[in-house]
Design a protein. Structure first.
Length: 606
């Protein structure tokens, strides 16, 4: 610590005697501290991509021409290679290139604005959006909203000037998504739609220049550039239409899906088999589901998807439609990646649902089979999103399917539909381990999904704790009934009675082991009443649960409350009579087991 032994304090504490160094340092001027550490911060700033110029050692995202650094109006003085901090800056590189001096932050904002630089990104964004809406309205059109693109262009222009241009109507023969993708990806242009929601042959873009001619030449230049871009897009479309989707399938055998899971072509074979199985289970057209699964990946080797990867699936729909496939098949091709997130639209057509479920289950089973499961911080194969997609497809469409059956069928398809060469004892895990891991994985994803909808976490745990439930619709019905029941006075009071019984049992079982055996009516009236009520309620609860009438099961449980209250008021459980004590504990164990047929009430808070 830079001190000698005689400068230390000796202090007696609970854990022993310790030496303390007392070091006093006087405060320094803020500007001095800033001047000391700012050069290192600038030099080591972690840009995703950085550049170096000439023979300088400084790496930065773009060339640094000057450093403006003031504190309370005074320059924070430091050197950075051949640059020295000061109070000078510049405005727009064309409209106001001359340097000027700054005295304060307010002065900085005012002078930058006068020099054609809008400092605040939120202000630039609002300006771009307002001007774009105005231009669209004046043209009798609507702006196709795109928040991500708006954020991007607001960061590209320091003095945004919003302009509107036009392109040839002939390009509108190309699918609109391909045109908007080309305009957005390559040119950062906003698309416009007409009153019918169809793409218009106009576009809005943001220039970083206030032109003397009002932007006429800038518009003309952007129109010429876009014409070339859209011509390329139309070429891809025209060329892709010359090849049928099924003729593209052999090319999928050359694309590796994963080194341990074979090619995309092998995966398609698995999807066909699994889609047909699911279609049969949910009442969809089996042959159409298989046809959609067969063609769903074919657009991956098309020119359009090669240029615009975000259009995969969607372009497959257009190609399938052009070659005369049924509408259910074309829609299933477009929908098979959906839902891609919690806010994405969930497919509802049975054929689409069959293929979408197969696509996600194949990925989940495959990657869990080779033990490539998500970790706390990493999910490179988007398996959490796939699991949430499965949950939403089942719940939103109220599908009465068993997850275990679908997982086993998917697992089997790895033998019959591809990667047979990998399927031996030395590779992968067995179906039992895969299925158990995946059920737990689905349980975690379902908890997240339900929590976002306001369902209490402990209620979800209480139902999941029963185990063996892989029908998500039935499981959710049980959770909903439990939530409604505990929202009533009867439910809250019955939970209190359950907790009291469970706590007594927990203490006794810790001493003597599990309470086993059947209870009898006992000697006291309150014992007999509780015994009789438990026999009736137990039978009624079992029947209601078997018929999936969970609200009715809760109602039956609620009738236990008076008998439980009277039992605890009048009966001493831990009495000196050994036989009476054991019988009363058995009654409490029966309360616990009867209520736990609906949910594990021990996991519920309160």
């Amino acid at each position: 610590a830079g001190v000698t032994r005689d400068q230390l304090d000796i202090r007696e504490e609970k854990k022993g005697t310790f030496l303390y160094a007392i070091i006093e340092r006087k405060g320094r001027k803020t500007s001095d501290v800033l001047a000391e550490f700012l050069p290192e911060i600038i030099r080591n700033f972690p840009w995703p991509k950085s550049q170096r110029w000439g023979d300088t050692s400084l790496r930065w995202v773009r060339p640094l021409h000057s450093i403006l650094c003031l504190f309370e109006g005074e320059v924070v003085d430091f050197d950075l290679d051949d640059l020295r901090s000061g109070r000078q800056t510049r405005g727009h590189r064309f409209l106001a290139p001359e340097p000027f001096e700054i005295s304060s932050f307010a002065d900085y904002q005012t002078k930058l604005k006068a020099a054609y630089v809008i400092l605040d990104p939120a202000e630039r964004k609002d300006l771009i959006h307002a001007e774009a809406m105005k231009l669209a309205q004046e043209a009798g059109l609507s702006l196709l909203e795109d928040k991500g693109l708006l954020d991007e262009v607001a960061g590209l222009a320091e003095y945004p000037v919003v302009l509107i241009g036009e392109f040839d109507r002939d390009f509108l023969d190309v699918p609109p998504e391909a045109l908007t993708s080309a305009m957005k990806k390559h040119q950062k242009y906003f698309s416009l739609t007409d009153d019918n929601g169809k793409l218009a042959n106009r576009f809005i873009f943001v220039a970083n220049m206030k032109a003397a001619d009002g932007g006429v030449k800038i518009i003309d230049g952007n129109e010429r550039v876009l014409r070339a871009r859209l011509a390329d897009t139309k070429f891809f479309w025209d060329q892709d239409l010359k090849i049928r989707l099924e003729d593209r399938l052999p090319a999928l055998d050359d694309i590796i899906f994963h080194a341990k899971l074979g090619t995309v072509g092998e995966r398609v074979k698995r999807l066909v088999e699994l889609s047909g199985y699911i279609a049969e289970k949910i009442g969809a057209d089996v042959e159409q589901a298989k046809r959609a699964a067969l063609l769903c990946k074919a657009d991956l080797v098309s020119g359009m998807v090669g240029e615009f990867a975000d259009l995969q699936g969607l372009m497959g729909k257009y190609y399938a439609k052009a070659q005369g496939e049924p509408e259910t098949v074309t829609n299933a091709i477009a929908d098979h990646y959906s839902p891609k997130g919690p806010s994405d639209i969930c497919p509802s057509d049975p054929v689409s649902v069959s293929v979408a479920l197969a696509e996600k289950l194949d990925a989940l089973v495959g990657f869990f089979w080779i033990d490539e499961k998500p970790t706390g911080s990493k999910d490179p194969f988007a398996l959490r999103r796939a699991a949430l997609g499965v949950i939403r497809l089942i719940i939103d469409n109220q599908l009465r399917v068993n997850l275990i059956d679908m997982l086993e069928t998917s697992y089997a398809s790895f033998k019959t539909g591809g990667i047979r060469r990998h399927f031996d004892k030395s590779f992968g895990r067995d179906i039992i381990g895969v299925a158990l891991d995946l059920l737990n994985f689905f349980a975690d994803r379902l908890k997240v999904h339900l929590k976002e909808q306001g369902v209490r976490h402990d209620l979800i745990d209480a139902v999941f704790a029963l185990g063996g439930e892989d029908d998500l619709v039935r499981l959710l019905a049980r959770v909903e009934a439990l939530q409604n029941f505990l929202g009533t006075d009867e439910g809250a009071n019955l939970l209190a009675g359950y907790k009291r019984a469970a706590n007594i049992l927990k203490a006794e079982e810790k001493k003597d082991g599990p309470i086993e055996g059947a209870a009898t009516a006992g000697s006291l009236p309150e014992e007999k009443e509780l015994f009789d009520r438990l026999q009736q309620v137990s039978a009624a609860t079992d029947k209601a649960v078997e018929q999936e009438k969970f609200e009715q099961a809760m109602t039956a449980l609620a009738t236990l409350r008076p008998a439980i209250d009277a039992f605890f008021d009048k009966v001493t459980v831990n009495c000196e009579d050994r036989d009476a004590r054991l019988n009363r504990l058995r009654l409490l164990a029966q309360i616990r087991s009867t209520m736990n047929r609906v949910a594990d009430f021990s996991r519920i808070a309160g």
